[in-house]
Design a binder for this molecule. Sequence first.
Ligand SMILES: *[C@@H]1O[C@H](CO)[C@@H](O)[C@H](O)[C@H]1NC(C)=O
Ligand SMILES: *[C@@H]1O[C@H](CO)[C@@H](O)[C@H](O)[C@H]1NC(C)=O
Ligand SMILES: *[C@@H]1O[C@H](CO)[C@@H](O)[C@H](O)[C@H]1NC(C)=O
Ligand SMILES: *[C@@H]1O[C@H](CO)[C@@H](O)[C@H](O)[C@H]1NC(C)=O
Ligand SMILES: *[C@@H]1O[C@H](CO)[C@@H](O)[C@H](O)[C@H]1NC(C)=O
Ligand SMILES: *[C@@H]1O[C@H](CO)[C@@H](O)[C@H](O)[C@H]1NC(C)=O
Ligand SMILES: *[C@@H]1O[C@H](CO)[C@@H](O)[C@H](O)[C@H]1NC(C)=O
Ligand SMILES: *[C@@H]1O[C@H](CO)[C@@H](O)[C@H](O)[C@H]1NC(C)=O
Ligand SMILES: *[C@@H]1O[C@H](CO)[C@@H](O)[C@H](O)[C@H]1NC(C)=O
Ligand SMILES: *[C@@H]1O[C@H](CO)[C@@H](O)[C@H](O)[C@H]1NC(C)=O
Length: 783
Amino acid sequence: MLKILLLILLIENLTANLCISKTNCKECITSIHSCSWCLQNLPESIDADINRCDYYENIIKYCDPKFIFNPQNEAKIKQDDPFKPLDSLGSAIQIKPQRIDLKLRPHQPIRFNISYQLAEDYPVDLYFLMDLSNSMDVHKNKLSKLGQLLANSMRNITKNFRLGFGSFVEKETLPFVNTAPRSMNNPCMSNDKSISHCVPPYGYIHHMTLTDNSTLFEAEVTAAKVSGNLDSPEGGLDALMQVIVCEKEIGWRPASRKLIVYSTDAGFHYAGDGKLAGIVEPNDAKCHLNSDKRYTHSLLQDYPSIGEINYKITQNNVNLIFAVVRDQAELYKNLSELIEGSFVGELDDDSSNIVKLVVDIYKTIAKKITFTTESLPEGVQIKFFSKCQNDLITETSSCDGLKIKEKVDFQVELTLNKCFSKSVSFNISAQGLGERVVVNIEPQCECDCEKELGEISGECNGRGRKVCGICECDTLYYGNKCECSNLDSQLDPSGRSTTGNISSCINPRQSGLDGQKIICNNQGRCNCGQCVCNDPSRISGKYCECDNESCDRYLSVVCAGNGRCECGICKCFDGWTKSDCSCSTNNSSCISSNGLVCNGKGQCVCGKCVCDEDSGYFGRTCEDCPTCPLPCENSRDCVQCKVFGTGKKKDCDECDLELVEVDKIENDPNYKQCQFNDLNDNCTFFFSYEIINDKKIRFTREKDCPSSFPTWAIVSIIISSVLFIGLGILIVWKILDTMQQKRECARFNEEKKKAAWETSENPLYKSATSKFVNPSYKDTKLN
Ligand SMILES: *[C@@H]1O[C@H](CO)[C@@H](O)[C@H](O)[C@H]1NC(C)=O
Ligand SMILES: *[C@@H]1O[C@H](CO)[C@@H](O)[C@H](O)[C@H]1NC(C)=O
Ligand SMILES: *[C@@H]1O[C@H](CO)[C@@H](O)[C@H](O)[C@H]1NC(C)=O
Ligand SMILES: *[C@@H]1O[C@H](CO)[C@@H](O)[C@H](O)[C@H]1NC(C)=O
Ligand SMILES: *[C@@H]1O[C@H](CO)[C@@H](O)[C@H](O)[C@H]1NC(C)=O
Ligand SMILES: *[C@@H]1O[C@H](CO)[C@@H](O)[C@H](O)[C@H]1NC(C)=O
Ligand SMILES: *[C@@H]1O[C@H](CO)[C@@H](O)[C@H](O)[C@H]1NC(C)=O
Ligand SMILES: *[C@@H]1O[C@H](CO)[C@@H](O)[C@H](O)[C@H]1NC(C)=O
Ligand SMILES: *[C@@H]1O[C@H](CO)[C@@H](O)[C@H](O)[C@H]1NC(C)=O
Ligand SMILES: *[C@@H]1O[C@H](CO)[C@@H](O)[C@H](O)[C@H]1NC(C)=O
């Protein structure tokens, strides 16, 4: 849903022509879009209808190309010396071009190329800054022996190599060092033995200016004496700041890679720690070395902050290597993340790996090029693109793994996001190298024609001058022909009233880029104090700020199709409500079977019942409630109590029922009947309640009672009737049986009388013997 909206907005922005609302040349050419301005004098009939500011392809249709003002970005390379290896003066050229002049229109990006090629034997200045507190003695001794090796190893990479040396201890005051005189003189003294070569603590001493004499370096390191202090962190940042900023004293060459090796076995103090010793003045990041090459402001200024160090390091293109013992490595890695172009290396217990460490880090530094900017003005946007060694161009400001004499190209994209009154300049510099590209930008924010003062013109009703093809009206007047007045009730020369004030065309709650005033939301013209919107059926509002698509949507249809969109607010048609008109006020779908809206147990919201939560009812019309007692049951006790004085309730006053006595409970569609047994007398009583309001009860005092016929009588009646019926049946059966027997007896006697028959004649007589002949039997005796 949101995505669709955003897309619609985007498409609208892409399609809307934002040039045409610009009313003067300057606004036109400084707009985000690449608009052009037509400054041709046109016949009055045409003039009113054209847009002076439009896209070039539109404006060319009606404006003579000679009169189209459409300044373009321009890049002019001012200095482009070829790459140069190191010369006898110790300088080389590795970046091309060196100077570039740009003419830029705001919001129109420009691209130009810069190339980098790593030169052979590029000068390297390496300054050793060493912590010389007592525990560093062993490291110092090792370094003093490795100077020659270091110089030789580095000279293997670059012939032009110089070394320098300085040391630091700590601010020479409590609580950082013990200020007791004895302790000051020999701070390394411990309980039993004292180290004789220990000197009083100091902030920073610059021992040796950068030189290519490595013998001298070894001698200087050997000669330097250790000192001591109380707390563990040292005042190294004080010294670091001096090394970075004392360009002349240290002897940094302008075109060289500058390396500082910061070697320590302890943490560091930073801005704010000075307060412990009552030193509150912040570090001013300036050089304070005296003729003895000692830091003079140790007790006057606080330690520098890490931010200050980082700022000065980038400004002076210095690479910093923290060579620290293992248990401090994590701390300095964290510090290194805050300082651009800094590295951390772990020292062995006696610094024996210092040469390898420095050479390795130098090699990674030299193989990498990173471009940064110096004093980039606010409002200028810069992007770097490069292929580096790959085939694909990506946005990056650094390339790694470069080899000597290998060229890499960078594309620089610059965009001016605001207008400057005069030209601005900044430098693109290569990190760690002294070389830079100086970029000079001349902003194109003015129209030349606006600088000429036109003459008061009849075309402008005598109230303004023709400038850049349009009337530039005197104060108090405005309009295409200066026909509108800021003064109330002015009459223009043609006699029309032109009351109106241009500020009434400017929405006070809206402002454009750079706070410029937007007239009629860029969607219309200010016509003598009233906005005339470009497309009145779509755009409306006092400041043309409304459009008919910007209302709430329901299923992506503006106002759900049930209303008109007016200035961001849906005006719903009858029968619809809610901000997106999606809610019907028709309650017909909420009517429950009893004709009530939601059974009287809820609200009809947008055609759907929202049942009262504590009522227990639910369902489409709030009629379902398996757990609810029925209204009959609800009223039973009260009716019983109030009418008959019986039942469970003792105190009838609690009952809040509206009782109406009637003679008989009759059928009534509005009432529902109830009947219950009164346990008191085993009679049934009746009442009914109104369906709409179950507190309204009709009752009758008449009860339906069972007659008081005794049970034993009923039982004996049943028993005796069972006996009588049984006896009757027996008697009838006996009579019938006797009659049957009598008849049989008579018949028998009758038969007996006829027994005069011969036995043989008696059909029932049979002879007692029978004779059978077996046909297959043969008597053997007969043969
Ligand atoms: C910048 O370099 C690319 C190739 O790397 C080239 O195509 C382009 O034309 C160059 N641009 C300019 C302004 O020289
Ligand atoms: C200088 O480089 C050569 C060969 O590249 C190597 O033999 C020699 O040991 C290197 N010298 C130092 C001091 O690293
Ligand atoms: C290097 O310094 C040492 C010690 O100071 C010195 O004796 C030697 O002459 C210097 N060498 C060069 C070439 O300056
Ligand atoms: C270094 O930074 C990490 C993460 O920010 C933190 O956990 C760790 O304690 C830090 N170490 C030191 C020694 O400050
Ligand atoms: C740019 O670099 C030059 C030296 O090449 C320097 O003089 C100038 O001050 C720098 N400009 C800015 C704005 O940093
Ligand atoms: C124009 O109107 C604004 C406020 O509506 C008022 O502040 C301003 O003074 C008016 N300008 C003139 C010239 O009347
Ligand atoms: C807004 O107005 C345009 C132009 O009259 C019309 O085509 C469009 O349907 C309208 N949109 C809505 C949601 O009313
Ligand atoms: C409510 O809606 C029903 C149908 O759903 C329709 O018959 C009835 O006319 C509507 N009533 C009103 C007041 O719009
Ligand atoms: C719809 O019901 C609501 C409450 O449920 C009521 O306020 C509103 O007046 C009813 N509308 C109609 C048209 O009956
Ligand atoms: C009501 O009937 C029951 C049993 O049917 C009987 O125990 C009870 O005594 C009768 N009550 C009255 C008041 O007759």
